[in-house]
Write a protein that binds this ligand. Structure first.
Ligand code: TYM
Length: 351
């Protein structure tokens, strides 16, 4: 049983309609990292007028254990965060993954396209599995193939993400190319990762070398989108820094990861470049910079948190929005998956 050998079929991305897909896992509450690295940029893409499809990826979340009631809550809260941050469910498609079965259907096919060696190289799997790799779920290992399916079941061409998802998007490109080559088709686009802006990797407030994450055991390490003004202020005031003032240029932050992180956060929140931030605060001590960052954070995040709280009072309305989004998503994904069944040789004769 030899593997197929075909003439490479590289589709021209220009043959596909520009379309954005991205997702967030409801494996806990969302953080400032999710907001700056993803949500805020999702809104910008929507407002640029590109077709945008956004998803709470609940099927991804269960690759690690999730309490069912908490998962449901986190999915609704994540959807509320999208809307509170500026996603308009009339202009973007907003839904949860499990309501559109095309994702898992194509995910299985991609499990048969992706190679074990590719999956074994995924650094996020290695980090999450750690020394426990014999005991994590098979889903955690296969996860990047499902992520490729999330994107490619819409023939999406662009995927805005934070830096930590770069390797998964390279794998998505490899899967698309291998599928096209194996079956001699130019069917899937080769997606462009959009990793842009000052906050593609927001770091922990306790350790500037670690990513800010919803799964960090220390709540002090992150700002949650549900934190109130007092909590935000306390976390920023206590965040780790050094004793030097802010330098005149970004070069002066090279070996100061915590200081660099706070400058990046300020820049992303204020829609400035990190260069502009150091120019504005050159020579300032953290005793001056931190209060400015607190004020900016509260001004930008406060209205989002308040809107999330308001939206969460009506979970039925959130579910209705997710259901409508899922219908619209399904209308795009279903014909694409049906063509994949055709390409791969599956008989589909049910009426
Ligand atoms: P997730 O849920 O871990 O994160 C959602 C998005 O937030 C970004 N992000 C960050 N950006 C900057 N700094 C941080 N500290 C930070 N933490 C998180 C992530 O890069 C991501 O863009 N596998 C994905 C979810 C996913 C997906 C997809 C994304 C599933 N299918 C298809 C894009 C397309 C994940 O676990 O993201």
């Amino acid at each position: 049983m030899s593997e197929p050998v075909q003439t490479p079929q590289i589709p021209v991305n220009a043959a596909f309609k520009p379309r954005i897909f991205s997702g967030i896992q409801p494996s806990g509450g969302l953080t400032l990292g999710n907001y700056l690295g993803a949500l805020k940029r999702f809104v910008q893409k929507q407002d640029e007028g590109i077709e945008t499809i956004y998803c709470m990826v609940d099927m991804h979340a269960i690759t690690t254990w999730q309490d069912p009631a908490k998962l449901r809550h986190a999915t609704r809260e994540g959807a509320a965060a999208f809307i509170a941050a500026g996603i308009d469910p009339a202009r973007s498609i907003l839904f949860n993954q499990s309501q559109v079965s095309a994702h898992v259907e194509l995910g299985w096919i991609f499990n048969c396209v992706a190679r074990m060696g590719w999956m074994s190289r995924m650094t996020q799997f290695k980090d999450k599995a750690g020394k426990n790799s014999e005991n994590v779920s098979l889903g955690l290992y296969a996860y990047p193939a499902l992520m490729a399916a999330d994107i490619l079941t819409y023939h999406a061409t662009m995927v805005p993400v934070g830096e930590d998802q770069k390797q998964h998007l390279e794998l998505t490109r490899d899967i698309a190319i291998k599928f096209n080559n194996d079956y001699g088709v130019a069917f899937f686009p080769v997606v462009d990762p959009l990793i842009e802006g000052a906050a593609t990797r927001v770091m922990s407030l306790r350790d500037g070398t670690k990513k800010m994450s919803k799964s960090d055991p220390s709540d002090q390490s992150r700002i949650n989108l549900t934190d109130d003004a007092d909590m935000i202020a306390a976390k920023i005031r206590k965040s780790k820094t050094d004793s030097d003032p802010l330098p005149e240029t970004l070069d002066g932050l090279k070996d100061r990861p915590e200081a660099r992180n706070l400058v990046n956060i300020y820049a992303a929140l204020a829609d400035m470049s990190p260069d502009q931030v150091v120019t504005q605060f050159a020579g300032a001590q953290f005793g001056t910079f931190k209060p400015a960052l607190v004020d900016l954070s509260v001004a930008k995040l406060g209205p989002i948190t308040a809107e999330m709280i308001r939206l969460m009072k009506d979970p039925a309305e959130i579910d209705r929005i997710l259901g409508t989004g899922a219908d619209r998503a399904d209308a795009i994904a279903r014909p694409i998956v049906d063509q994949v069944y055709e390409i791969t040789g599956m008989i589909r004769s049910r009426r």
